[in-house]
Design a protein around this ligand. Structure first.
Ligand SMILES: *[C@@H]1O[C@H](CO)[C@@H](O)[C@H](O)[C@H]1NC(C)=O
Ligand SMILES: *[C@@H]1O[C@H](CO)[C@@H](O)[C@H](O)[C@H]1NC(C)=O
Length: 192
């Protein structure tokens, strides 16, 4: 499924209108696929989608720069993910490479990246589990995420929140990583 700005806006207004429902105990959770929408009114990352390019997780770059190869030939304006809920590992939706996300809260100061089998490997301090979905928000070990702007037209780099000015970056904003479920996701290989 392709998302348009109109669908995203209707999702956002539906979210604003809906009161959070109390959670029952749903076990075992089915695998569900989703895009991630950054919500933080008044910030430059607001309503940008998470994207995947060259091992990095970004929001707000040109889909062409994402350079994904999708089964349906589309440009993948946003990346599609799933979390393996049982152990908190998180994957990009694709068939062969097992492109999995990781977080480096050591030298990387919370940077979120991804690696594929046979591709660039995670850094030495990488954590590959700890992603969790709470009320349709993605967290990492209880923390939300922050977005650091890369300059005009270059989107934002995504970090786990918690370090002020991670990696010397300026003007970073914590935001809500809102899941947008996709029942008919497109499988893509993202650039390594
Ligand atoms: C996209 O990927 C292809 C090969 O995977 C590469 O040749 C090309 O330079 C890349 N384009 C961009 C804009 O990075
Ligand atoms: C993000 O991290 C900073 C620094 O630790 C903290 O002050 C802020 O409250 C955090 N924001 C959220 C939304 O958790």
């Amino acid at each position: 499924m392709q998302f348009t700005t109109a669908t995203l806006l209707s999702v956002v207004s539906a979210l604003a209108a809906a009161a959070p429902a109390p959670q029952a105990d749903p076990a075992p959770a089915p695998v569900r696929f989703f895009a991630i929408l950054a919500l933080q009114s008044g910030s430059s990352v607001h309503l940008n989608n998470w994207q995947a390019s060259k091992g990095g997780i970004l929001a707000g770059i040109d889909p062409v720069a994402q350079n994904a190869t999708c089964d349906d030939g589309s440009l993948a304006p946003m990346a599609t993910f799933n979390v393996r809920v049982d152990d908190g590992a998180m994957f990009l939706l694709e068939d062969k490479l097992e492109q999995r996300l990781w977080v480096d809260r050591g030298m990387g100061q919370g940077i979120v990246r991804y690696s594929a089998n046979g591709g660039t490997q995670p850094s030495r301090q990488a954590e590959i589990t700890g992603f969790e979905v709470v009320n349709d928000e993605l967290l990492f070990k209880g923390q939300p995420f922050q977005a650091c702007p890369n300059g005009e037209g270059l989107g934002h780099t995504i970090f786990v929140n918690g370090t002020v000015n991670p990696a010397g970056r300026q003007d970073c904003t914590a935001f809500k990583a809102q899941l947008i479920y996709d029942e008919t996701p497109t499988s893509c290989n993202y650039s390594n």
